[in-house]
Design a protein around this ligand. Structure first.
Ligand code: ADE
Length: 229
């Protein structure tokens, strides 16, 4: 398979599989612009209860995901079978903050693995031995990394060449140029007394481009001044 391969390790494979069935992500999979393999961590459990976690050494509430099971799960994916060592990303609130520049960087890779942690956390030795990069999607705590994997996959896939059509190019997205997007309007021309800005009805494409660039800058200044610093 040409193009990006993403491997997802999770205890809820159904969550990831259903996410993959919608919108641009589904279309990109159908067009074979990238591929995803979803691995159920539980398939690598060795006891009859399929245990993947255990109580923390030293006591405390919650459970910790076992390093041996995670390592076995990782080694079950194809790149390891083929002797490759793909870039391994752990989704965790302790990671580096995910943003458009991280999405750009990941979209240029051949292959990466997303490990979705659950519960209190995962055994530190797994991170030490296997994890190349930790990513957080924001300063809040999710119960697991699956929703973060949705965010990463969706942001990365739209940047793969050929995924978006010529007219919806990701290059024009908010953040790609460090600015928020301009406002957009569609029919009707008047909605609850509010009119579409005249310039957009003028047919003057140069003026429209200028207006959009100006509005993007103004919006960034008022809503996200930090982006301009
Ligand atoms: N897992 C739990 N919380 C997370 C977050 N904020 N980002 C990424 N993975 C997470």
């Amino acid at each position: 398979m040409e193009g990006l391969s993403i491997h997802v390790l999770t205890i809820f494979p159904g969550m990831i599989e259903s996410f993959l069935q919608y919108g641009i992500v589904k279309r990109a999979l159908d067009k074979r612009r990238f591929s995803v393999s979803v691995v159920n961590i539980r398939d690598s459990a060795t006891d009859r209860h399929q245990t993947i976690d255990d109580t923390p050494y030293g006591g405390g509430a919650g459970m910790v995901m076992k390093p041996d099971i995670l390592a076995a799960s990782l080694k079950s994916i194809q790149p390891f079978a083929e002797g490759r060592h793909p870039h391994i990303i752990l989704l965790t609130p302790q990671g580096k903050r995910f943003d458009q520049s991280v999405a750009n960087r990941l979209s240029l890779m051949d292959e990466f693995v997303l490990v979705c942690g659950r519960y209190r956390g995962i055994d530190e030795r797994f991170c030490e031995r296997y994890v190349d990069e930790e990513i957080s999607i924001g300063d809040f705590v999710l119960s697991g990394g699956e929703a973060a994997a949705f965010v990463v996959i969706e942001a990365v896939v739209r940047l793969i060449p050929g995924v978006l059509g010529d007219f919806e190019s990701g290059i024009e997205d908010s953040f790609q140029d460090g600015l928020l997007d301009c406002p957009w309007y569609t029919r009707p021309e008047t909605f609850e007394g509010l009119r579409v800005p005249d310039v957009l009805l003028s047919g003057n494409h140069a003026e429209i481009q200028k207006w959009r660039a100006q509005r993007a800058l103004e919006r960034t200044q008022s809503k996200r001044p930090d982006l301009l610093e």
